[in-house]
Design a protein around this ligand. Sequence first.
Ligand SMILES: Nc1nc2c(ncn2[C@@H]2O[C@H](COP(=O)(O)OP(=O)(O)OP(=O)(O)O)[C@@H](O)[C@H]2O)c(=O)[nH]1
Ligand SMILES: [Mg+2]
Length: 293
Amino acid sequence: MGPLSWLATCGRSARAVLRSDCQLRPQPRLQQRPLQPSWQNSQKWHLHVVTAESPALLEESGDDIEAPEELHPVGPEEVELPKASHTKVKTAEYVGSAVKLTQCPPPKLPEFAIIGRSNVGKSSLINMLTGRASLALTSKTPGKTQCINHFIINKTWYLVDLPGYGYAKRAKTSRLEWNEFTKEYFLKRESLAMVLLLVDGSIPPQAIDLECAMWLAESEVPFTLVFTKIDKRKKKLPSPAANIKEFCDKLLEEFRDLPMVIKTSAIKATGRLELLGFIAQLRTLVEQQAKRG
Ligand SMILES: Nc1nc2c(ncn2[C@@H]2O[C@H](COP(=O)(O)OP(=O)(O)OP(=O)(O)O)[C@@H](O)[C@H]2O)c(=O)[nH]1
Ligand SMILES: [Mg+2]
């Protein structure tokens, strides 16, 4: 069986697998609060596996990455490690742009959607991850990406570039419409495996990003926090590390646990292997759970 034929064979969507097998039961005291899927708690071992336990993986990748700051406990034994080849981007192709769900490619492969404010660096992250300078269109002008753009990686999974939210210059009605359109994608796209919520690490926490995180959690859409632009330090503003800590602290006022956090720079390729390894692990996890039925 091909690595990702789980969707076709078992007829279960990535979303269904993640939800049904991994959802936390609300604790009575916290019932009103948004909850993160429990498997996100165990994501910590993904980092451990990729950075500390798999020297072969690192060697093969050829990437120059920093040593992990801390080691996390290894996770469930039954979850296999992804093969090093799983983290490599051999091919990356633009598939098409959609302005409604029916125009998206058939939901037969797992996809990882990238969302965040306009100009946060969504398209740049796709280019950084795939190692292609201009696969996704980047721009200094906010609001450049206006469609749902699918990119197929190694012919086995999708990276999806979405329009940014909160573009103030857009008319109120069109912004609302746009939000609905993206929301529909999040709520109904059955092959959506994970949302990568991008947050600009070079500026202090923005209310709209916190709202987006809340909305995703309330809607039971699994998401990962990906901080961008950690290479950038604005004069008189706190450091990226301080911004990230403040954002996480604010989230913890509402969330019982933090989702997985990955810090990146598209310019320095920071976090590239970590994110690719994480995606590979998720694909392996979903595949295994689907096989178990
Ligand atoms: N310093 C720095 N600049 C970045 C980084 N990532 C993106 N940028 C810059 O931020 C600007 C916006 O990047 P895009 O990738 O186009 O952002 P986007 O989120 O796709 O924007 P929209 O499609 O308009 O919503 C560009 O000028 C990028 O060069 C980063 O990691 N570090
Ligand atoms: Mg873009």
